[in-house]
Design a protein around this ligand. Structure first.
Ligand code: PEP
Length: 255
C-alpha cells in the first residue's frame, strides 16, 4: 500500500461555534500558520459564517466547507440548505452524517446516502462520517458496522464521483470526549472503511480514497495517528477552534 499517492485532508469541524466576525478573525490567525501545508486544509463552518469565512480565506490555501446539506434541490423544506446554495456561496466541501447529526437530528444511513448523492451531483466534495458506538464496539460489530455504513453512504455513487469523496472514520465514543482511539484502533477502523470501498469499487479505488480519522485528535496525538498507513489526515472538532493547535495538526499531516 502506498500512502504517498493519497492526499491527506485536515478538516476542521467548528460545529455550533463562532459568529461571522469571530470566524473571520480565526481564519486570519490560521492563514499564516498553515500556508505551507502539504495537505488539503478545510474549515467546515456554520452556515451563517460561510460568507465571512470564504471572504477571509480568499487567496489562501484554506478551503471552506459546510457542516450539512439537504438532499433536495429546492422547495418546502423550512430551515434547510441545498447543495446549489452552498456552491453559490463558495463552499467546496460538506460534512455528511456526522455522529451528532445521526444522534440528535435523526440522520440515518439512508438520508446520509441521499445527501451524499445530492452534494456530489451538484459538484461539492463530501466528507462522509461513519463510526461505531462504544456498545457496538464492545459487542464486536465494528467491522460489520463500518462496512455497512460506508457502503450505504456510497450507494449510487459512481467510480468517477468517488474521487470527490473523503470518508472520516469517527468512533462515536471518541468524539468530543477527550478519549482518542489508539493509533492502531484508528488504523484498523480506517482499514475496515478502505476494505468496504475495495469490495464496492475495487482495489485501485480503495487505494486512492482519502480516509480520515476523527475523534479527539489534537496537537499532542496527531503525529502518531496520521503516521498510520490507513490514516489520511483527520476531521478535527475542538482543536480546530484553536489556531495554534490546528496548525500543529496540519503540520503533522504535511510530513
Ligand atoms: C468531530 O466533530 O468530528 C470531532 C472529531 O470532534 P472532536 O475532535 O472534538 O472529538
Amino acid at each position: 500500500m502506498n500512502k504517498a499517492t493519497r492526499k491527506a485532508v485536515i478538516a476542521g469541524n467548528w460545529k455550533m461555534n463562532k459568529t461571522p466576525a469571530e470566524a473571520a478573525a480565526l481564519i486570519e490567525e490560521m492563514k499564516p500558520l498553515v500556508k505551507d501545508a502539504d495537505c488539503e486544509v478545510v474549515l467546515c463552518v456554520p452556515y451563517v459564517d460561510i460568507a465571512a469565512a470564504v471572504e477571509a480565506a480568499k487567496g489562501s490555501n484554506i478551503k471552506i466547507g459546510a457542516e450539512n446539506v439537504h438532499f433536495k434541490a429546492s422547495g418546502a423544506y423550512t430551515g434547510e440548505i441545498s447543495a446549489e446554495m452552498l456552491l453559490a456561496c463558495g463552499v467546496e466541501y460538506v460534512i455528511i452524517g456526522h455522529s451528532e447529526r445521526r444522534t440528535y437530528f435523526g440522520e440515518t444511513d439512508q438520508t446520509v446516502n441521499l445527501r451524499t448523492l445530492a452534494a456530489l451531483n451538484a459538484g461539492l466534495k463530501v466528507i462522509v462520517c461513519v463510526g461505531e458506538t462504544l456498545e457496538q464496539r464492545e459487542l464486536g460489530y465494528t467491522e460489520t458496522l463500518l462496512k455497512f455504513q460506508t457502503k450505504m453512504a456510497l450507494t449510487g455513487v459512481t467510480k468517477e464521483q468517488l474521487k470527490n469523496v473523503v470518508i472520516a472514520y469517527e468512533p462515536v465514543w471518541a468524539i468530543g470526549t477527550g478519549v482518542t482511539a489508539t493509533d492502531d484502533q484508528a488504523d484498523e477502523g480506517n482499514g475496515f472503511v478502505r476494505a468496504a470501498v475495495a469490495e464496492a469499487y475495487g482495489a485501485e479505488a480503495a487505494e486512492a480514497i482519502t480516509v480520515q480519522y476523527g475523534g479527539s485528535m489534537n496537537a499532542k496525538n496527531a503525529d502518531g495517528l496520521v503516521d498510520k498507513i490507513n490514516v489520511d489526515g483527520g476531521l478535527i472538532g475542538g482543536a480546530s477552534l484553536k489556531a495554534a493547535d490546528f496548525a500543529v495538526i496540519v503540520k503533522a499531516a504535511s510530513k
